[in-house]
Design a protein around this ligand. Sequence first.
Ligand code: BGC
Length: 884
Amino acid sequence: MTTVSKVLLNYQEQPIGVAQIKQVGWIIESNQKNVFQKTYHLQIAEDALFTKIVYDSGIIETEESAHVTIPEGLCTLHSSKEYFIRVKVETSNGDESEWRADRFVTGVMENSEWRAPFITIETAEDKNHSKGYYLRGSCHLPKKIAAAYIHASALGLYHLYVNGEKVRDDEFAPGWTSYNKHLLYQTYDVTEFLKDGENTIGAMIGAGWYKGNMGFVRMRNHYGEQSAFACQLQVWYEDGTGEMITTDENWQGDWGPVLFSEIYDGETYDARKEIADWNKNGCTYESWQEVHAISVDSKILEAQSGGMVKEMTELPAKQVILTPEGDTVIDFGQNLTGWVTFTVKGDKGSKAELKCFEVLDAKGNVYLDNLRSAKQTITYICKDDAEVTFHPNFSFQGFQYVKIIEYPGEIKAENFTAHVVHSNMRRTGEFECSNPDINQLQHNILWGMKGNFLDVPTDCPQRDERLGWTGDAQMFCRTASFLMDTYTFYSKWLRDLEADQTEEGGVPHVVPDILTGKSSEDRLLKDGSHSAAAWADAAIIIPWILYLTYGDTTVIECQYGSMKAWIGFMQEHSVGHIWNYKLQFGDWVALDAEEGSYFGATPNDLTCTAYYAYSTGLFAKMADIIGRTEDAAKYQKLYDEIVETYQKTFFNKEGHLSVQTQTAQIITLYFGLAPESYRRNVVDDLLKLLKKEKGHLVTGFVGTPYFCHALSQNGHTKEAYELLLKDDFPSWLYQVKQGATTIWEHWDGQKPDGSMWSPDMNSFNHYAYGAVGEWLYRVAAGIECDEKKPGYKHIIIAPHTGGGLEYVKASYESIYGRIGSRWEENEQEVTVTVEIPCNTCADVRLQGAGEILDDGGLEFTDESGVNTAHTGSGRYMVRYRKNK
Ligand code: BGC
């Protein structure tokens, strides 16, 4: 039997707010093996019964099931309407599926159809504060409503209400983008919220990233001095007519209970300032202020139909602690990002005040220094003695612990719950093995991701930073893309990367960029610095990883100009193909740095030029993929020249790198920059450097992500496992042994004696070193994609047993369906179980296999010394004797 189990529109299920159908894909399931799609039939209609069809592909003979595009002009969709999409397929074994149908809702199809002005009550006098305010508007809907959709956005943050109820569970809408160039709006189905007659739409507005005090140099109003809100409601009546209602000068507003709310510092909420029924019909409040409009060019608006931030997970308090210094602290047992939701009951004017933080010090006392200037404080002031449950509206915290500064009544654990807040992304990867420490590492990597994917990929969620550091994002992208479906998240962020590039194509250190040129005194920002190797290369590497993971060429098309500009920038500023520029971060926070320095020992000329080569090579490939043959040839030539220069400059006559650091060897190997005849030397040197450190890494941001690969790709899987399994300082598992529940910024964030690395920069939730996660999937479990048939259309399953592990099992939900790989080994034998989704094929490669005891129905032949079988979809179990 064959079924279509999922239909994905722009990689999302049932999206709301689609302004363009970029591609359609679906997942085929079957109880048969070796199933391929033979034909598909795709229809889009205005009704669930598909009587009013607006697009019909007819029966198309093709294997394409993941990136189906609709020829231009053949499918006209109107704004603010519900549509239905359905797909059926016929497979190679003659089976035919039933139709699989789903709904979607359009956004505003043309920006010229955006009618809603942005309104505010803020004036020039409000530029220096971050108060929240209410806005409300009423409308009379004369007839029975068939459907209704609101499109809304804000300069700042908003929560949307209709007739007193919060619409959908979105948080931090409209997200963080380069607001003045790119602003997202969200679409809400409000059919059930409205009734014929009088209706009230309300919005609560906060300062957020738009005008709050942001950045480690602490400046406010990065995008503007007044926050504002806009929405347009499209109502469709049962009689077939429609009406649009927008924010306008008839709306009203006033300051509300949010006395202060900012991303870093927390929120002060005075419930005595609530206005009763502010968002309902019949509100009797009389002192509403007038609103005024703020001009926003509707051209910058773009629909967001997925990946909204939400409360994703809930954790109960684990214990209430009394510290030696006498503080009462709630412990959630997990470092996380989001907020504490608490229940409080107190007299009018009594206060609950909580401070969120990450770690206790060696003595078990509250440790706040690593938050730097971020206050992370929530204050709730009671309006009467009713019991209330509260969490901040426009602020999030990075924390495991909450210090109770003030609280009316008894402090009971059950009154405190942590809500984990991040962008809503489908979980795609699972990994487990027989070693509990590796499983904890895997857990920490996942939680590092949950903690730093709050609308933009951030470095950390707790101190006065939480910025879209490009380097951190680039390093973690491949791991993240195993763990969750990152397509929508990263492709949105890449638009901002492009928007914030300098005229010359330079890439800022953080995206959205609130740093470039902001402080001449800061050590990282002086001279208007931007464009650091490994950071700025996010412009190339992230589109490339999305291409590998999703087989997607639209991201290459979209980012092409941005990528080309970045390569052009490096070309312009390189001298004889050696690239270096202003301030570089180099192998950031490597342990081979000089005492007290953050900059690792590998020289910038080498790291910069290595990345220049790597990015140029990837760009040449991407140009070729989308048929830009001239560019492909041009940049391939440039790549060859850079590599030649690299080899001439950094290799000595004896064929060794002149720079003897772990990182120099690692990137030379992983980026393929060594002449073939010298590769062995580089591998040997890396092994020597590793031995010198007694098997420990001393690498920073640049070397760490690829360390295990540099070993396993060069015949040293055993050493890669040994490195991974080290558990004394410095190592991945050292943190695990210290009780970490997320990934730390520093190998020694907390030292064996409990003392801390400098408070200056010591995050306990920094995903960068979690980049080792992809090695677990790609090498230990052996789920690898083939760049010739990306998106896992052709899968390479090559598990690498080792490390004394008894078993490893992993799965990845690809755009074709679930890929699984599991191995178990004992003294003599290995059993490998693989799962290959329909409409894909795979090579199953058994590394180090001796006699095959059970081929599971696959046909193995020796391919370059590795027992390899080619197969289509299905589940296969193979047993072999280990090679002696
Ligand atoms: C961030 C890093 C970032 C770095 C740049 C730090 O403050 O937290 O993760 O990449 O600055 O060097």
